[in-house]
Design a binder for this molecule. Sequence first.
Ligand SMILES: Nc1ncnc2c1ncn2[C@@H]1O[C@H](COP(=O)(O)OP(=O)(O)OP(=O)(O)O)[C@@H](O)[C@H]1O
Length: 472
Amino acid sequence: MAFIQVIDDESSVCWAIEKLGTKLGHEVRVASTAEKGLDLLQEKHPDLMFLDVRLPGMSGLEALPKVKSIAPETPVVLITAFGDLEVAVEAVRQGTFDYLVKPFSIEDIQTVIDRALAKPSEVADVRPETVSAEMVGTSAAMQQVFKRIALAARSMAPIVIQGESGTGKELVAQAIHRYGPRHDRPFVTVNIAALAPSLIESELFGHVRGAFTHAIQDKPGFLQQADGGTLFLDEVAEIPLPTQAKLLRALEQQEVVPVGGSSGKKVDFRIVCASHQDLSACVKQGAFRHDLLFRLNTFHIELPPLRQRREDIAPLVYHFLQQLEEKYEKPLRISPSAMEDLEQRPWYGNVRELRNAIEHAQILARGGVIEKEHLPPPVTKDWFDGAGGEESQEDRLTADIRAWTRQETGRGSTENLWGRFQTLAEKEILRELLEECDGQYLAIARILGIHRTTVKKKCEQYGLLSPEQPDE
Ligand SMILES: Nc1ncnc2c1ncn2[C@@H]1O[C@H](COP(=O)(O)OP(=O)(O)OP(=O)(O)O)[C@@H](O)[C@H]1O
């Protein structure tokens, strides 16, 4: 039989834990304030304590260090009415065993009791620091995300964050760094998708003077810049295969060899990666190395799309309104019908789209109440890869261009890559337009917005001249 103590001013919570605890054969004592609970604690140390964060008088978070100093061996489960990232981080930091977000079920209480009584409590060794409310989310899914951020922050393990565009992957990476032991060291963000494929390797690993035509001096890469801190690789699936092999080597050996260099430099950084793609699927398609994924994916955080956690919409709206109020120094309000509209939208662009919609609306509302008509139209599915929308012709084309580039660099066939691509593209555009315009150079030139003689020269160069050229 174990001894469980509950400190909560809500009688229904005390009743539920008392009833279940007694049924499981334990002794349960309840107190409605932290002060009363601490008195009881002096008398006898419990095997498990449930502690509410919001209490009349001393709060749960204030009481927690006192509980820890009186009964350091007691696992403490924090109870919160709303769980935000700060509570999660504070809970982990102060060595609480777990936390429960109200409303919770009897099964949740039982799971926590079973785990706590089976396992000694863990004491966190992360130092205290001031935290700010930068990530919003009251949904159960976001509560899980907050818990995982808090746990991830304590370790130096590589983390993979997955989620659609705009779900907050970068924010999660920043939080992991900020709440981690190296928060005062550099946080280096690299968006791989924004780099030219031919430059990815030298941007990541740096280069030595003379490594290529424009390498006029040694330049350290992002891996070196992150030394001592965190390297955040956004859209990691876009790294070309040969560079993936080099990254794996660097991670295994904790050493960076710059492009054109012969010796490595020791580096020590934490790696956090993000992708909107399913990396396991990329491995199956041969676009991502399985050994690299295995190395990176020690701990996984999945960010659900906003449409799957609609209860987060209103808190996010108020959060963004508050940010804008601070920026424009004036109070902002939103009408119930506008809020209802926002709560029903599909949000294919996720939180980023919501933030932009609020900013757009407050400009149109000119300081008045934000109404439905001030909101921009919702973004449609086909804007986003991975949102399940129909792929547009342009999406397919850009995906093909990238696949081709990857294939060529993967084979080491990089000679005159740009020129070969231009030839491929130009030839096919001209071939199509020659047909559409009956071979008239002037008409083609008008469509393409280039000079007629350029069209003629290119057609000759690509051998596209037809014997019946009407304007020749
Ligand atoms: N839970 C949240 N609370 C507050 N703001 C959020 C939250 N999630 C996302 N945001 C905001 O939404 C915007 C997009 O977030 P972020 O850049 O982290 O998304 P992302 O998933 O990394 O996007 P992408 O894949 O396109 O790079 C940012 O302005 C960020 O501050």
